[in-house]
Ligand binder design. Structure first.
Ligand SMILES: [Zn+2]
Length: 59
């Protein structure tokens, strides 16, 4: 198995990791209320999913 000849420098390690970051959250408008919400999740604004009320929203 290939073995690294040199320890990766702090600089090289950091340069490589400049691309490490969480992707921006994907949001899509709720078909019921139009509020932006995470796809495939119950809408936190109106509580609907697949055209049905799944959770009660209190304000
Ligand atoms: Zn909604």
């Amino acid at each position: 198995m290939a073995v690294p000849k040199r320890r990766t420098s702090k600089s090289k390690k950091r340069m490589r990791r400049t691309h490490h970051r969480a992707p921006a959250a994907t949001l899509a408008p709720c078909p019921k209320c139009g509020e932006m919400r995470i796809p495939h999740r119950v809408c936190p604004n109106c509580g609907y999913y697949k055209g049905e009320r799944r959770i009660e929203i209190e304000d």
